[in-house]
Ligand binder design. Structure first.
Ligand code: PRX
Length: 632
């Protein structure tokens, strides 16, 4: 199937994907390089969780990302690296050069003893070697697990232990504005707790002093110089795991979502090319970090599978000044720009003078992802960045979905302020009411589910299929429950309203309230805590923690600082509470369950909307909490 270019083609494609799913995806998959074609496009049952895509097929991801383009696009730029410091030289890799680098890195991994099926953890800054390294894993059939460079040593070791990772790839440090983040130091602390990790490859970036453990640590450039040039692509089964990526849920520790090879590959390319509509000479830039799923699918796999040019940005949007994004857009003649609402709001707050200094004339398409985009931010983005001529693709999806699920197709299907609009072909969304009944007709408001399987869907939680079933398939049997709430307007267009479970989207990063509570509870003076989200002007949602202590701390501010530092140490700065309120108790039901609804309302300042509190075990505590909140 060629690319969808009109509303009529979209409608036709969506209908075909629903009426004859196997034919639709079988036809699409023909374009890839297969070592062996599939026996069956789709088999299995959403209820049994035994689904398979392209069963029986053999292929290699890196071959489809790179080798497949060499004859026609070998000299085309595949990757542009824009460093943290605008004065540093830009690095460019053609498809031929990227192919060479990936082959080399694949051989480095092999020389370090990495074998097909092994899990390789990456804890790096946004440098080309991260992208090259993950694609190199796919060349030899190793499974990559990227851990965002902002996570703490504890968070990193938890993920390596869960994955039984044998090897870690890191940097000496990474640049963030004027700061150097000492990644190797944190990695050393993490590895000390992971008996399975036998080797650490260190890629030099910042040149800061690091300890190299003899017999365990190697410098990437040393290993690179010894590695052979060519590495034949391993023949992988369609359902072999491609990567795992940890993400937060409403309960317990982060879960490793497993994505497999053929289904994800089809989904990544299909969604990339249809949502963004990137043409041959376009310049595409997604500002995400490869530590998150957006960087996997829309910096790495989607663009490379499509033979596009992808920009990788190491820095931050506000350094050297708040015009950096727009300066980079002009510098590289960016045509497609994809970012998160939190970045848009932060830059909006810095004033228009940072925007108007730059021309932004090459922009054709804008995108947004990670959290609901409020109307004001949407309008600002549309008017000041897109100059009222660029469609905004509001792309709703999740780590679990592998790629975009609901979005307008830029310039092809209409956008609507703050609406993700229509499902992509292959996606059958539904809204479900509190009793679990699907709401038919429009308008509607309910919990967002997906009724059928699609190629890019997670295949499970690493090592815990029970939890997988429990989390996504038991709330509404026969449907995948997303954890989000949504509205459908009178024309059937979707607007995502945000999480309805105990997950908070802080600056577009998913944080489980239970994770933050676990961290706070580790303080010896904390008896109990409850964490909720509250509206935050820039971050979308902020973290509000209610804490009960064994005794009143002598210095409350110092104590709160200690708590915030503890969360930073155990999870990372992204999970640091914005507000901490001490309390003598938490509102509980007679069965002892914390009434989060009340805590949420108080944190939101909606004290008149608490509802009936008379049935609480301890109604008196509510007045104390309301009073306390006024002082925060
Ligand atoms: O709540 C939704 C929100 O981000 C969650 C998924 O987070 P994560 O797995 O980290 O993936 C983020 C990047 C895909 C969703 O459950 N979300 C994502 N995109 C949107 C969104 N909420 C509203 N509108 C969006 N466009």
């Amino acid at each position: 199937m060629s690319r969808i270019r009109s509303m009529a083609e979209y409608e036709k494609a969506h209908k075909e994907s629903m009426d004859n799913q196997e034919k639709f995806w079988g036809d699409y998959a023909e374009q890839f390089t297969w070592h062996k074609k599939w026996d069956k496009v789709y088999s299995g049952d959403l209820n049994k969780l035994d689904y398979k895509w392209f069963e029986g097929a053999k292929l290699n991801m890196s071959e489809n990302c790179l080798d497949r383009h060499l004859a026609t696009k070998g000299d085309k730029t595949a990757l542009i690296f824009e460093a943290n410091d605008p004065k540093e030289d830009v690095k460019r890799y053609t498809y031929k050069e990227l192919h060479h680098e990936v082959n080399k890195f694949a051989n480095v991994l092999k020389d370090q003893g990495v074998k097909k099926g092994d899990i390789v953890t990456f804890y790096m800054g946004m440098v080309p070697e991260l992208l090259i390294g993950i694609v190199a894993c796919t060349r030899i059939g190793a499974i990559h697990s990227v851990v965002f460079g902002g996570f703490s040593a504890v968070a990193l070791s938890d993920r390596m232990i869960d994955a039984e990772s044998k090897i870690l790839i890191t940097n000496d440090g990474s640049y963030r504005g004027t700061k150097i983040i000492p990644l190797k130091e944190t990695a050393d602390e993490a590895v000390a707790k992971c008996p399975t990790v036998k080797s650490v490859i260190v890629c030099k970036r910042t040149g800061n002093d690091v300890n190299m453990a003899s017999g365990r640590d190697v410098w990437y450039h040393d290993a690179y110089n010894k590695a052979a040039d060519n590495c034949a692509p391993e023949s992988m089964d369609s359902e072999d795991p491609l990567f795992i990526l940890y993400t937060s849920g409403s309960t317990g520790k982060p879960k490793g979502q497993v994505h497999t090879t053929a289904g994800y590959m089809n989904w990544a390319k299909f969604t990339f090319e249809n949502v963004f509509q990137v043409e041959e000479n376009d310049m595409y830039w997604c500002t995400a970090d490869i530590g998150w799923v957006t960087g996997h699918t829309y910096i790495t796999y989607g663009p490379l599978l499509s033979g596009a040019t992808t920009i990788m940005f190491e820095g931050v949007p506000t350094w050297p000044d708040a015009g950096r994004f727009w300066e980079v857009c002009d510098k590289h003649k960016v045509t497609h720009f994809y970012t998160a609402p939190t970045a848009i709001r932060a830059l909006q707050a810095q004033g228009l003078e940072h925007v108007t200094k730059h021309s932004l004339a090459t922009l054709k398409v804008l995108g947004t992802v990670g959290e609901p985009i409020n109307e004001e931010a949407w309008e600002w983005y549309y008017k000041n960045i897109g100059k009222e001529k660029c469609p905004i693709a509001d792309t709703w999806w999740q780590t679990e979905t592998g790629g975009i699920m609901i979005s307008n197709l830029a310039g092809v299907t209409p956008h609507k302020t703050s609406f993700a609009t229509r499902p992509l072909p292959g996606v059958e969304p539904s809204l479900v009411d509190a009793d679990g009944k699907e709401i038919k007709g429009n308008p509607a408001d309910g919990n967002l589910c997906i009724n059928r399987h699609w190629p890019g869907m997670t295949r499970g939680i690493w090592g815990d299929m029970d939890r997988f079933r429990q989390t996504y398939f038991t709330t509404y049997p026969g449907k995948y429950f997303t954890g989000d709430g949504a509205k459908r307007d009178e024309n059937g267009l979707y607007r995502i309203t945000g999480r309805v479970d105990d997950v908070i989207n802080v600056s577009g990063h998913r944080i489980g309230t239970a994770e933050v509570e676990d961290a706070l509870n580790q303080h010896e003076k904390v008896v109990e805590s409850a964490v909720v989200g509250y509206p935050h002007e820039i971050k979308g949602a902020g973290i509000y923690a209610y804490v009960i202590c064994t005794e009143k701390p002598a210095d409350i501010n110092a104590f709160k600082k200690e708590l915030a530092q503890l969360v930073t140490k155990l999870i990372g700065p992204i999970a640091r509470p914005d507000k901490i309120q001490m309390s003598s108790g938490l509102p509980k039901t007679r069965s002892g369950k914390i009434m989060r609804r009340i805590l949420r309302k108080v944190a939101e300042g909606e004290n008149d909307k608490l509802g009936d509190i008379s049935t609480l075990l301890n109604p008196d505590v509510v007045a104390e909490i309301i009073e306390g909140a006024k002082k925060i």
